[in-house]
Design a protein around this ligand. Structure first.
Ligand SMILES: Cc1ncc(COP(=O)(O)O)c(C=O)c1O
Length: 356
């Protein structure tokens, strides 16, 4: 029997994104999905769930959360959109701005959801290579039209572009929309948010999953001029009018306003990242400068697969991608100091043994 006979063409053609492992076994040191090891703002403990009226549908536009985001970023309310994780916001943006007549440009090594959404929404992909030092070279973006999607800092490399470089592109290509995915921006890169009022072709997407330690809540947001936000709202309201649930709206608002806590945990992660980078270099790893909460490393003597499997066997999960261009690398999320000590100690034990 044809198991797929009830499937739509979209379901049959889909090439789904593969997320990092989420083992139930808590004994793993989990450095594979760029989560934040410190947990969210302790102010969330003050929320009384029974005061939130879960019997009612949520406020459909995420009003209080949008107000907090708009205020902190000098934007108006109609320049902010909130959704269930930046993945949902980005998917809506792909649907709003890309189609068979509007191809999507992005680098060959970047967030692996971009090709998935391009395929799903029927938009041709215009993929360009990374430049020297694994950085994104905007002079290599293919000429033409359609949105350009830039993760800044880029994932999985952690390399960031300066604001001035992105601004030069926006200025020179007013006909092209640039979507800047700033999932990791708080760990040391320059945000494009201050440029929003200068460029109608700029959409910035951020998340609560990384610097605010709320990956499990699924909260992300887009910021841009009203006509861009209006297009995203049209897509959202054609799929689900009540996307962000009441709990997430309240917890997200409190978390967003607790800037001091976010700053503290981000500073800790940056400090740990820099120490871990030096220690890995001392073990012979090539580890570039990262402006994100992860390191992108490779070792001249060991394959990425071997390192990944060895670490997994020792109870440490890191991310390894099988795609040939990057299969020598590991992406290691920055955990606590203790977790990173364990990582370095475990790796140094390997270097006495068999190399392959
Ligand atoms: C570059 C990039 N963008 C977006 C996301 C999605 O984040 P979320 O859906 O948790 O907001 C991720 C997740 O790891 C990412 O690496």
């Amino acid at each position: 029997m044809n198991e797929q006979k009830y499937w739509s063409r979209a379901a049959r053609a889909a090439v789904p994104y593969v997320p990092g492992e989420q083992p139930k076994d808590r004994s793993f040191i989990k450095l594979n999905t760029n989560e934040n090891p410190y947990g969210p703002s302790p102010k969330l403990k003050e929320i009384d769930p029974f005061s939130l009226r879960f019997e009612l549908y949520p406020e459909p536009t995420g009003l209080s959360l949008r107000q907090a985001i708009a205020k902190a970023n000098d934007l108006s309310l109609d320049e902010v959109f909130v959704g269930n994780g930046s993945d949902e916001v980005l998917a809506f943006a792909f649907s709003a701005f890309a189609d068979e007549d509007n191809p999507v440009s992005f680098p060959d090594i970047t967030y692996s959801f971009y090709p998935v959404w391009s395929e799903y929404f029927g938009a041709p992909k215009q993929i360009f290579p990374l430049g020297k030092d694994l950085s994104i070279d905007l002079s290599l973006v293919p000429d033409g039209f359609g949105p350009v999607v830039i993760a800044n800092p880029n994932a999985p490399t952690g390399v960031a572009l300066e604001r001035a470089v992105l601004e030069d592109y926006l200025k020179a290509h007013p006909e092209r929309l640039m979507i800047v995915d700033e999932a990791y921006v708080d760990f040391g890169a320059e945000s494009m948010v201050p440029c929003i009022h200068s460029y109608p072709n700029l959409l910035v997407v951020q998340t609560f999953s990384k610097s605010r330690a709320l990956a499990g809540l699924r909260l992300g947001f887009a910021m841009g001029q009203k006509s861009l936000i209006d297009a995203i709202i049209r897509i959202k309201d054609s799929i689900n009018s009540y996307t962000v649930n009441t709990w997430s709206q309240v917890a997200g608002t409190i978390s967003y306003q607790d800037e001091q806590y976010t700053r503290e945990i981000v500073q800790k992660i940056i400090r740990t990242r820099e120490i871990a980078k030096e220690r890995l270099r001392a073990l012979g790893f090539e580890a570039g400068e990262s402006k994100a909460n992860f390191l992108w490393v490779k070792h001249p003597d060991f394959s990425g697969t071997k390192l990944y499997e060895y670490l997994r066997g020792q109870g440490i999960l890191v991310r390894h991608f099988s795609s040939p261009a990057i299969t020598d690398y590991l992406r290691i999320s920055v955990g606590t100091d203790d977790e990173m000590n364990e990582l370095v100690t475990t790796l140094s034990k390997l270097f006495g043994g068999d190399k392959s």
